[in-house]
Write a protein of this length. Structure first.
Length: 133
C-alpha cells in the first residue's frame, strides 16, 4: 500500500468510528421469563436434593439466592401456590381439577408455573392444578 492509500484508509476508518449507544437493559418479558426459569431450577433442585452433597446444596442455593436478589432489583416476586387453599377469586389459571374425597377444602395440588408479581401487580398469572372433594 502506498502512503497515499494508507492515509486514505486511515481517513476513512476514522470517520467510520462513531459512538453508538446500545440499549442493553433487559426487556420486561425477558425478566419475567428469567423469574419463571429461576423457579423451575429451584423446583428441580428441591426434587433431587436428596442425591446432592451438603456442599452441592449450599452452592446451588447460593446461586439461586443471587438470582433472586437480581429480581429484587426489579421489585419482582415469584409465588409458588402449591399446598395453598384454593378459592375461585384467585388470580391464577387452573389447568385442571382433580377429585379426592379425603380433601376437606379445595387445595392447590401443584404449581405448573408460578405467579410473577412486579411492584405489587400480577404481571404473569400462575398455572395450577387444584384438588377438590
Amino acid at each position: 500500500m502506498s502512503q497515499e492509500d494508507t492515509s486514505e484508509f486511515k481517513k476513512g476508518t476514522k470517520s467510520d468510528h462513531q459512538v453508538i449507544f446500545v440499549d442493553l437493559s433487559p426487556k420486561s418479558a425477558a425478566v419475567v421469563e428469567l423469574a419463571v426459569e429461576i423457579w423451575r431450577i429451584k423446583s428441580r433442585i428441591n426434587k433431587v436434593s436428596i442425591d446432592l452433597s451438603e456442599i452441592q446444596k449450599r452452592g446451588l442455593e447460593s446461586s439461586i439466592q443471587k438470582l433472586l436478589k437480581y429480581l429484587d432489583r426489579f421489585d419482582m416476586k415469584i409465588i409458588d401456590h402449591t399446598d395453598e387453599k384454593y378459592n375461585e377469586g384467585m388470580n391464577v389459571d387452573v389447568i385442571s381439577f382433580e377429585k379426592d374425597p379425603k380433601i376437606r377444602f379445595p387445595t392447590i395440588k401443584e404449581t405448573i408455573e408460578p405467579t410473577i408479581i412486579c411492584k405489587g401487580h400480577v404481571i404473569k398469572k400462575g398455572k395450577i392444578i387444584v384438588i377438590t372433594n
